[in-house]
Write a protein that binds this ligand. Structure first.
Ligand SMILES: [Zn+2]
Length: 209
């Protein structure tokens, strides 16, 4: 199975005008053919994490799980349209700006790009609103030996308001790739609240169980 997936992914790089998943049919929807787009593990529902509603496009299942991993860690940036349009395909709330989940400067240096910033830019263009990045993220300290409350505080401390940020938006949409516990979204919401945001929505590409 894994070999087949690798073959499909590799093939997709070679033939850009064919569907990125099956490599056979022509691209019709955001780099995919009609069939592959229709057969994605669509969820299109809110899930609740930390008493916060998060709108999720997909279940974290094949093939979206593989797509997200290779996009994020193997620089398979050809998936950016598919992932951005997975989010754009949701009933998104009307907001003034998109806030991509920040990554630490250390991660940024390792990876070379913030995968959600690229997606935020595509969405911003479609929705005709700005991308807003008012929060810095610091590298994560070890969560080892901490209580649940301490762990939450530890994550919240990673998200720091950029003091030179002058723009203020009241209604914003956070976007992230995979939601598991929802702790980072929760922490980002706390930071945005401190900045004066009043309506903060969140959308994720995939929800892990
Ligand atoms: Zn296809």
């Amino acid at each position: 199975m894994f070999q087949l997936i690798s073959r499909i992914l590799q093939k997709s790089v070679q033939s850009m005008s064919n569907c990125l998943l099956c490599g056979i049919d022509q691209q019709q929807y955001h780099s995919l053919c009609n069939d592959c787009w229709g057969h994605l593990p669509w969820l299109k529902q809110h899930i609740i994490r930390h008493e916060q509603q998060i709108l999720c496009a997909h279940h974290y299942q094949f093939p979206i799980d593989r797509v997200i991993l290779t996009y994020k860690y193997e620089q398979q940036l050809q998936y950016q349209n598919l992932l951005a349009h997975s989010l754009l395909n949701l009933r998104l709330p009307k907001v003034q700006a998109i806030v991509p989940m920040p990554i630490s400067t250390q991660r940024l240096a390792d990876r070379g790009y913030n995968q959600m910033l690229i997606i935020a830019k595509i969405m911003a263009k479609e929705l005709n609103i700005p991308v807003w990045q008012p929060i810095n993220r610091e590298a994560q300290h070890s969560q080892k030996g901490l209580s649940r409350i301490e762990r939450i505080e530890n994550i919240e401390n990673q998200f720091q308001i950029i003091s030179t940020e002058r723009r203020k938006y009241k209604k914003v949409l956070i976007i992230d790739d995979v939601v598991t516990t929802g702790s980072s979204i929760h922490a980002l919401i706390q930071a945005l609240n401190k900045l004066g945001c009043q309506q903060i929505y969140s959308a994720c590409i995939a929800a892990a169980d």
